[in-house]
Design a protein around this ligand. Structure first.
Ligand SMILES: C=C(OP(=O)(O)O)C(=O)O
Ligand SMILES: [Mg+2]
Length: 566
């Protein structure tokens, strides 16, 4: 980036949710606006002819998306395959046929049928509402195909650019040409939208939910700082220089050897990967993951109408375990409900699903499903060489702990623990660890429940900050309980992927950290800068702060005073 392109005075910043820790500098290129709404003028063709046009276009889009799924691989593959199925969903086709029978054009009927489906998803909220953008994309693709036009998508340009959009369709995010797209900024989408999930998976420097981003003109110079969650518009030369230095430093860190995680004084802090399917295992190993700290089993079953059989599950688990011979793999029992509803576990409509029959509560209500899952896992364990640990999600009480740990042991799993993601479990961690073999702190939910702020709701996203001293104090309780009992305490929420916060978590007593693979090198490098004693001091200043921002600022300031840190 030539300094001549930067301005003398910085423009305003936009803020949003940063994905990962990267920084990118470049000029804005916006996604083209969506296709106009098809007009509702009666068709000149028969409903049958219009039906044939629609079916051909839907088939074309389904095949195209399946092809993209195969090329993309990884987490993107599942998302794109799900989209391919949406294109020809039988319920949607029924609705479409009814609309065509009233004399509408295929374009209009497709538009209306998909919009109705979209509204239903949005009303359901949570994970399903976040899929609305996926459906919009399929609708646009079918309508474009009907008109013989190219599907709206990422614009092409020789010079690398920062892509700005309302939201990106999975099909576009999955196949982004990373030699051209330096970074991504969306005005919509939350931290759990597919754009965010795929950006994290592909290590794209991204900020989602940056209100006002789509007002940026093409060609505007911006700095995208995912770690800070800011977009600096028309930065000064000094700001560009600082950002360039950070980009160089990060590139150097990424090339550093991928040894085990340890503090400067040699204290080992194993760095583990969070995975949602066995597909990410190879990349995790390549990036130096020392095992798996959280295997989210519910992602294997999202969209299934019935619980998978023991055999089906055992196959899936064995696929994962084979990738980690001799290494620790922590598998979480199904965490269904709220943001991850599963039809076979959560059938009742609830006013407050985050506070409802979810996680271990839902499993207990359908104990056969829990028994089957633990049995499948024990079978996969017996057939492979990984060191399998199992844990229960959303544990609130000591009684739930003994229930789960005894059942898991009885069904053949030797290491059984609990997730600490509800404040009651953190406060009683000393008693919980008398029964559990280990604890793993889920900072995403722990923050949601401590601050009473829905983790999926953009309007309260400001509260969803694990630096908050109230959250840190609860984590400290668990760390203390781990130290006194001599039992391991991991952290597997997003907090572990924030490098400086990772050091603070260690200072609070975390003995291992688990995160998306893309974050491993940043966290490994940061841990190596501090001793155990310094990590404790950083934790102390963060705990003493009044709020999340001041906790982070205090830790940042203290970290800079440790003379060896530059
Ligand atoms: C790791 C966690 O679990 P999930 O994000 O799957 O709810 C958490 O709550 O921090
Ligand atoms: Mg959770």
């Amino acid at each position: 980036m030539s300094l001549a392109t930067a301005s003398a005075t910085s423009g305003t910043d936009l803020t949003g949710t940063g994905i990962g820790q990267g920084v990118a500098i470049g000029r804005v290129l916006r996604m083209p606006e969506p296709l106009p709404e098809p007009t509702d003028t009666p068709s000149a063709l028969t409903p049958e002819d219009e039906g044939a046009r629609a079916a051909a276009a839907q088939r074309f889009v389904a095949v195209d998306l399946e092809g993209r799924a195969e090329r993309a691989g990884g987490a993107a593959q599942e998302v794109l395959e799900a989209q391919a199925m949406m294109a020809e969903d039988p319920t949607l086709v029924d609705d479409l046929t009814e609309r065509l029978a009233t004399g509408k054009t295929a374009e209009r009927a497709v538009f209306e049928a998909f919009s109705t489906f979209r509204d239903q998803l949005t009303e359901l909220g949570g994970y399903l509402a976040e899929r609305a953008a996926d459906l919009d994309d399929v609708s646009q693709r079918v309508i474009a195909q009907l008109g013989g036009r190219a599907a709206p998508g990422v614009p092409e340009q020789e010079e690398p650019f920062i892509l700005v959009a309302h939201d990106l369709a999975p099909a576009d995010t999955a196949l982004l040409d990373l030699t051209r797209v330096l970074g991504l900024v969306t005005s919509d989408g939350g931290p759990t939208s597919h754009t965010a999930i795929l950006a994290r998976d592909k290590a794209i420097v991204a900020i989602v939910g940056a209100t006002g981003a789509t007002d940026l003109a093409d060609g505007t110079l911006v700095i995208v700082d995912a770690a800070a969650g800011t977009v600096t518009v028309s930065p000064t030369e000094a700001e560009v220089e600082t950002a360039e230095a950070r980009i160089r430093a990060r590139a150097l860190r990424a090339q550093a050897p991928t040894g085990p995680g340890r503090l400067r004084d040699g204290t080992p802090i194993p760095l583990l990967a969070n995975l949602g399917s066995a597909d990410g295992a190879a990349r995790a190993v390549e990036l130096g993951a020392e095992g798996v700290g959280l295997f989210r089993t519910e992602f294997l079953f999202l969209g299934s109408r019935n619980a998978p059989t023991i055999l089906e599950q055992a196959e899936q688990y064995a696929r994962l375990l084979h990738a980690f011979p001799g290494k620790k793999v922590v598998v979480r029992a199904l965490d269904a409900g709220s943001d991850k509803p599963l039809a076979f576990l959560n059938d009742a409509a609830e006013e407050n699903p985050a506070l409802g029959l979810r996680g271990l509560r839902a499993l207990r209500a359908s104990e056969d499903i829990l028994r089957e899952q633990l049995t499948a896992l024990a079978e996969a364990d017996a057939a492979t060489d990984a060191d399998v640990w199992v844990m229960a999600p959303m544990v609130a009480t000591v009684e739930e702990t003994t229930y789960f740990v005894e059942l898991a042991h009885k069904l053949g799993l030797k290491t059984a623990g609990v997730m600490v993601e509800i404040p009651s479990a953190a406060l009683l961690a000393d008693r919980i660890l008398q029964h559990a073999d280990f604890a793993s702190i889920g900072t995403n939910d722990l923050t949601q429940y401590t601050l009473a702020a829905d983790r999926l709701l953009g309007s309260v996203a400001g509260y969803q900050n694990p630096w908050h001293p109230a959250v840190l104090r609860l984590i400290g309780e668990v760390g203390q309980a781990g130290r006194s009992s001599g039992k391991p305490v991991g952290v597997c929420g997003e907090a572990a992927a924030d490098p400086l916060l990772a050091v603070v978590l260690v200072g609070l007593g975390a003995t291992s950290l688990s995160m998306s693979s893309a974050a491993l090198s940043d966290v490994r490098a940061e841990l190596a800068r501090f001793s155990a004693e310094e990590a404790g001091q950083l934790a102390a200043v963060a705990l003493a702060a009044d709020g999340a921002a001041s906790a982070r600022a205090a830790a940042t300031k203290l970290a800079a005073t440790f003379s060896h840190t530059d």
